[in-house]
Design a protein around this ligand. Structure first.
Ligand SMILES: [Zn+2]
Length: 357
């Protein structure tokens, strides 16, 4: 185990009496954007190839307001490592990512330290028509949960689970290692999980099975997540989780998988904007701040941004909920801007020109 962690309030304690836990996600897209991860394959090799990059991303997300130092092991499972021919690196990759998350939390100097979370996710192997897939999925989750427990995480996050049965297996394996759990399902355009379970029903079942926090993440942006979150909140007692993507999904295009190109002036060399041409569809910080307030009002207490989220979004979410994370130090100071500022020392011939600029 790496450096020791100061004791802190746990996940359930922080969420009691409607306290909020912020969780900055979106490591996959953020690391791809920084050039250290191949889109499509989407394997978090950065934990081994460039641990310093992952460490900085993790630290930045926490400085932007995350209460969770999340181990980037999304897709860091046996099936993905097999596809890229690196199954032998599975355990080192997991341990490296976990130790980075732990290190960032251990070094924290701005008040209560972040919670360290392990991460398991959709395996893309589960197949309801093939009962043997259940055992394969269970084995993948089991080894990852054991490594996370050995590396001393505070809780486990299971996310982007689009089959109810797979989510249940994930929960069972987290419970087996005795850790608190955040279980988040992901909802494709049809509006149900792929085994035809309604999202609210999925969350209710996971809650009944003992999940600490249940909710929804990924695939959908703020606009198409909120109605489903309200259905979940109407059916399931809290604490509830929401981590939408930071993309402008609409009722006609409810997920980021099929968003059109939004007036791109060149012919795209790819069939769809997902995942390499989505930049023009990214939500701005104000949209994510608005989402955070609405979600909180709807009864969501474990909140964050998934794919597409960057520090500007995470900080805006934190500030919208009344926080002043370390990166608030660098929040906008438009009053100093030469064209649009209000500082009395600014030159009037510039500020008057702003509307024509
Ligand atoms: Zn996501």
């Amino acid at each position: 185990m790496s450096s020791s962690l100061p004791s802190t309030r746990g996940l359930a304690e922080r969420l009691s009496d409607r306290g909020t836990v912020l969780c900055a996600g979106g490591y996959l897209f953020e690391v791809e954007r920084r050039g250290y991860l191949a889109a499509g394959a989407f394997v978090p090799e950065v934990a081994l190839d460039h641990p310093e990059v992952l460490e900085q991303v993790t630290r930045d997300f926490c400085r932007a307001g995350s209460d969770v130092s999340l181990a980037f092991t999304y897709n860091g499972h046996r099936e993905k490592m097999r596809i890229i021919g690196k199954e032998d690196l599975l355990e080192p990759l997991n341990r490296s990512a976990l130790q980075i998350a732990r290190k960032v939390a251990a070094e924290w100097e701005d008040g209560e330290r972040p919670l360290v979370a392990g991460n398991i996710s959709n395996t893309n192997l589960y197949d309801p028509a093939d009962p043997s897939s259940e055992e394969a999925v269970r084995a993948m989750y089991r080894e990852m949960c054991e490594w996370a427990a050995e590396e001393g995480v505070d809780f486990m996050q299971a996310e982007t689970l689009y089959y109810q049965r797979e989510a249940e297996i994930a929960l069972e394996e987290i419970q087996r290692v005795g850790l608190p759990s955040v279980l988040m399902v992901a909802v494709f355009a049809p509006g149900q999980l792929r085994d035809d379970v309604e999202p609210a029903e999925a969350c209710a079942r996971l809650r009944d099975l003992g999940a600490t926090v249940v909710g929804m993440n990924c695939f959908r942006g703020p606009v198409t997540s909120l109605p489903i979150l309200e259905q979940i909140a109407a059916k399931v007692p809290g604490p509830l989780a929401a981590m939408p993507v930071a993309f402008r999904t609409t009722p006609n295009y409810p997920t980021f998988f099929n968003l059109p190109d939004c007036g791109c002036p060149v012919h795209l060399p790819v069939d769809r904007t997902f995942p390499t041409a989505l930049e023009a569809q990214v939500c701005n910080r104000y949209e994510m701040a608005d989402f955070a307030v609405r979600a909180k009002e709807a009864g969501i207490d474990f909140l964050g941004v998934c794919c597409g989220g960057s520090v500007i979004h995470h900080r805006a979410v934190a500030e919208a909920l009344g926080r002043t994370p370390p990166m608030t130090r660098y929040s906008p100071q438009m009053e100093k801007h030469f064209l649009y500022g209000s500082d009395p020392t600014l030159k009037q011939h510039n500020t008057a020109f702003g509307v024509q600029a």
